[in-house]
Design a protein around this ligand. Structure first.
Ligand SMILES: O=C(CO)[C@@H](O)[C@H](O)COP(=O)(O)O
Length: 220
């Protein structure tokens, strides 16, 4: 049976009470940390010093998603900070293969993300260099957007390529994940789900995590 993972995004958390907010999601698989630089995306969140501090207090491993320009320059330091996985955007990396190798050498899983309009085909040959492919299911930058069904064929093509080459790579989806949309993403081949507002917007975050996992498992 496929192992499905649920990583809540702290973008929807209360940033003033982050330590307590991390405890609310302790039953999840990892915490998805959204790093935004106000250039690659029109939003600004947090950077390396805060990620290092989250690393110290988090009950969960860190799944860092870099929505920043010049990923080649900045991403390795996030891997060195102890993050379990570091995901850079293909659109922001000049040398994605070299960068993925640097992340792995620094001890992190190497992830690469694609905006909704970025095709996967140019990257099929480098999937073996990655541990995680993140297919963005909303335009990166903000939580609370609606899931884009137009990304489903891309998830499907990526999943077929992964199965065809028998790669250990996992496909992650991020944006608009609810009990309803998670089914479609899982059916297309995603196994790691990032959910912000549907977890942090719930009164009982642990119950929301359980419900999302159960909804995804219906397709597994
Ligand atoms: O990276 C992003 C947005 O850029 C996501 O992680 C969102 O924060 C997910 O939030 P919801 O769509 O689940 O509310």
């Amino acid at each position: 049976m496929t192992h499905l993972r649920l990583n809540p995004s702290i973008l929807s958390a209360d940033f003033v009470n982050l330590e307590a907010e991390l405890q609310r999601i302790a039953s999840a698989d990892a915490v998805h940390v959204d790093v935004m630089d106000n250039h690659f995306v029109p939003n600004l969140t947090l950077g390396l010093p805060i990620v290092r501090r989250i690393q110290q207090v988090s009950p969960l491993p860190l799944d860092v998603h870099l929505m920043i320009e010049d990923a080649d320059r900045w991403a390795p330091a996030y891997a060195e900070s102890g993050a379990a996985s570091v995901t850079f955007h293909a659109e922001a990396a000049a040398a994605p293969v070299r960068l993925a190798r640097e992340l792995r050498d620094a001890g992190a899983k190497a992830g690469m993300a694609l905006r909704p309009a970025t095709p996967v085909e140019p990257y099929l040959d480098m999937l073996g260099e990655l541990d995680l492919l993140l297919v963005m299911t909303v335009e990166p930058g903000f939580g609370g957007q609606s899931f884009l069904d137009l990304t489903l064929p891309k998830i499907r093509r990526a999943a077929e390529a992964v199965r065809g080459a028998d790669l250990p790579l996992v496909i992650q989806v991020d944006g608009g994940i609810t009990e309803e949309t998670i089914l479609r993403a899982a059916d297309a081949g995603a196994t790691v789900f990032v959910a912000g507002s549907s977890v942090y917007g719930a009164d009982d975050a642990a119950a929301a995590i359980t419900a999302l996992r159960a909804a995804a498992a219906r397709t597994a």
